[in-house]
Design a binder for this molecule. Sequence first.
Ligand SMILES: [Zn+2]
Length: 167
Amino acid sequence: MKRRFFIAALGAAAVTPAIFTKISAREAGNESTSSAKIVRSDEDWRQLLTETEYDVLRNEGTERPGSSPLNAEKRAGTYVCAGCEQPLFLSDTKYESGTGWPSFFAPIDGALGTKTDYKLIWPRTEYHCSRCGGHQGHIFKDGPEPTGLRYCNNGVALKFVPAEGDS
Ligand SMILES: [Zn+2]
């Protein structure tokens, strides 16, 4: 009995590092994106990300306001997911919200999924990368035109890729 359990456990351990499981966009359901999903085990994410990145992306943590160098980033370019590098925002949708978090008024089409979160008791709209599921921030309705929305993003969950010729 013990021996059988041991062998079963070994088998499970060998299968678990299925690091890279791709699911087609159609199978993935309502989050519309053409890119295949990235599914990693919690252990793999811990290895791949820094502690702060892990806390925000995989644990829906919130970075300290004003802590991200991306607050001051003004160059033309693309903001990609720090977990999987899917492009999430373009620099021309970024604006200074004064909150201490990088803020955008619109994402790239299909780049984000959303859900309602009740962490602060009242409901907020959480959003995450549609490819790896990594938490990015929350949407508020006090943004500028044309959308009137503020995508309040954790800077640590993003990486900035300057446009060619603007580095
Ligand atoms: Zn991602």
